[in-house]
Design a protein around this ligand. Sequence first.
Ligand SMILES: Cc1cc2nc3c(=O)[nH]c(=O)nc-3n(C[C@H](O)[C@H](O)[C@H](O)COP(=O)(O)OP(=O)(O)OC[C@H]3O[C@@H](n4cnc5c(N)ncnc54)[C@H](O)[C@@H]3O)c2cc1C
Length: 460
Amino acid sequence: MNYDVIIVGAGPGGIFAAYELASKNPELRVAVFEAGYALSDRKCPIDGVRVKNCVRCKSCSIMSGFGGAGAFSDGKYNITNDFGGTLYQYIGRREALELMHYVDDINLAHGGAGTKLYSTANTDIKKRCMQNKLKLLDASVRHLGTDINYVVLKNLYEEMRERVDFFFRTPVTTVTVLEDGYRVHTEQESYTAPRCILSVGRSGSKWMEQLCRALDIPTSSNRVDLGVRVELPAVIFSDLTDELYESKIVYRTEKFEDNVRTFCMNPKGSVVNENTNGIVTVNGHSYEDAEKQTENTNFALLVSKHFSEPFKDSNGYGESIARLSNMLGGGVIVQRFGDLIRGRRSTHKRIAEGFVTPTLQAEPGDLSLVLPKRILDGIIEMVYALDKIAPGTANDDTLLYGVEVKFYNMEVQVNEHLECRYPGLYVIGDGSGVTHSLSHASASGVFVARDILSRVKSAD
Ligand SMILES: Cc1cc2nc3c(=O)[nH]c(=O)nc-3n(C[C@H](O)[C@H](O)[C@H](O)COP(=O)(O)OP(=O)(O)OC[C@H]3O[C@@H](n4cnc5c(N)ncnc54)[C@H](O)[C@@H]3O)c2cc1C
């Protein structure tokens, strides 16, 4: 065997698994294979001046490379079982929370000290939400910010690089099952280990699907979240963001009784493109450094769509809708809320005349030609509901970017060790469908590393 443990994917799941293994048992030979670039080489070519739109790089630096999809994200570590994944269903609520706090401690020790931990406990905002048919979910949020998140990742890498073999720009093509372990194939060579951790995230969703098919690993897939990213002057949301930074608020629509929720709130942040498997959708982030902040706050409004049998391709459904916006707008479409309500498309002129300056260059258009009526109606209802707790949300100039899609990787069937039907083959992070966030993905990495460490110890 070439290694004791091979990890596929250097996102938060893979990084925290490697970190735990290397720091608790430096004797272990650990390798990490990553399709994207090393942290210092990750660069999205969109600079807003020369390159304004996604040029569909072979390896998207927003989604791939050391740090995973989290490296240039806002670095919001939500410490909660209320959202961000269902890790607790496998390992228990207490352990899941303990691991998230453990990850937080590691982040603080590697450059995150001094960043703020926000909490929903004892806030009046909860009451205001309740009074307006909105529910504020409970959480503590560590906001590292894109800049500090980068520093933490850099420090973690520096600490690990002597003890862990990192292979960047080395996508794993497939994994084969051996009698006593696994063979991990890359375009050049193959490597073996008795244990393998697959942590391929959202960008590896298609790859994971193929592998599960090839190895006959049971999966299920029935959910996709669709919606828009809202951008408005930061001051409109400042009551919420100053106190909570990010608030996860849920609204139940009157018309269809669907749940619409806020997601990934970025005070004084920027709206960005996201490229998943060649489809351009929208996302957002913000910096801790005041110099890099904008005058706008952005957040997503998402409606979860659950499908029942016989339909199985929920991601395919989301992709088709995202493709429609790419077809009409060449990428992401932006529309003023006032234009949407009046049933007309936005134009460059109307947006330029508005009071909100977009932070993303997107094509003005009409989101009602893209999003299904039921989803759009839910979003409009939610904007009016939010207007009651943050007056101004429903202003005509509020910008809606579409589409934002949260693709949920199909759920890979794993046991309470996060191991699939093959002993020693772990599937973790967003690629497993079990987690959907930095904190849950990182916690799942620590969890499987500890599982491996205890098995190695008992075998000694
Ligand atoms: C713009 C943006 C902002 C976000 N903001 C937040 C936030 O503030 N808070 C939050 O909780 N979450 C946020 N998220 C989501 C968060 O980043 C993910 O939940 C988290 O990164 C999942 O970690 P992971 O390790 O499971 O997967 P990923 O971070 O996706 O990492 C998987 C890695 O595996 C690699 N890979 C894939 N296939 C292969 C292969 N075949 N061979 C080798 N390598 C492979 C990929 O290149 C990637 O680097 C954001 C996401 C984006 C895109």
